[in-house]
Design a protein around this ligand. Sequence first.
Ligand SMILES: [Zn+2]
Length: 388
Amino acid sequence: MMLRMSDRTLLTGARVITPDSRTEPADVLIEDGRIAAVGPDLAADGAETVDLSGHVIAPGFIDVHVHGGGGHPLITTDPGEIEAYARWAVSQGVTSFLATVCAPTPEAALDCLAACANAREATDGAALLGVNLEGPFVSPERRGALPPSWPATPDIDTFRRLLDASGGKLRLMTVAPELPGSAEVISEALSAGVRISVGHTDATYEVARDAFAAGASHVTHAFNAMRPFHHREPGALGAALEAEGVTVEVIADGVHLHPATVRTLVGAFGPRRIALITDGVTPAGLDDGTFRIGDVEARLKDGEMRLPDGTIAGSVATMADVVRNVVRWDIADLAAAATMASATPAHALGLGERKGRIAPGYDADLVALTNDLSVTATWVAGSLVYRA
Ligand SMILES: [Zn+2]
């Protein structure tokens, strides 16, 4: 890592999003990759000063569910693609992410996981926090755009092989808790330090409630690829609402969920339990065209990425887009949007003491935004890695 360990930087003149979701004028002192101080009129004291007048400084965005972007796939056997994504993602305010993997078969996922294990930490990009495995122990009936032969019956040996292939980087895994054998796999995963997300599931309210009681702590893209919320059968989302501390992914791209649905979710769960994600695919952030997603050809048109049969094939939004969307739809102010894009995803990964807040001791992962919410600069571990 090319971190210049003794570097000190003072960011001045901006408004800063505070840990209690206010936005107030303050300076931020960065020292040795971490936030050393936040407050009015900090002394430069030899630190390099950066004037950010007219900007808001938010904690860097953390995308816990993303398959690619900027033309770079994260589902790949080439570690270089993952490093290239990391260098691109900072232009969208992303400072860390989970490479989110699914594959044509569980066997085929092993090589993709090995690529994640072998990806080098980018010195000029977002930090790879680990792997999010979107299956394979998910419901064939609720697979959405996942490949047809990816869903598998829960099996501890298969789980162990996937975990080993990731080189210990597996952090999160989506499981459908109604499948036979899922309880054993969930328990095995939790004891290996892998967090469980309920998703791609046909689980009833009762089955999902039991999974949360057994330690599942997250929900994969609310409403998408799950039994719908019904007034007589509230399903996994109804169970999540009542399971204290469970966090819920929301794709606020304007395609996967109606803005009013996003507003309902934010109202019901609150920003501390909502993780904004992109579920982005390789062409996210690029112009319209035809792209290969795994084995199939998908078409990107007017912000929608669809398979030939019309299924939504992941989103083409970026984290900067989803943050802007919830603000422009009047669902949240920037401070609450930043909570959903940073503090909550950090908490969902058990990193809430290190990331997601602008406070002394926290990692200096920061993004500077203009008043119209364009990203103008991004810092990862105190290093300026992007400047518009
Ligand atoms: Zn996904």
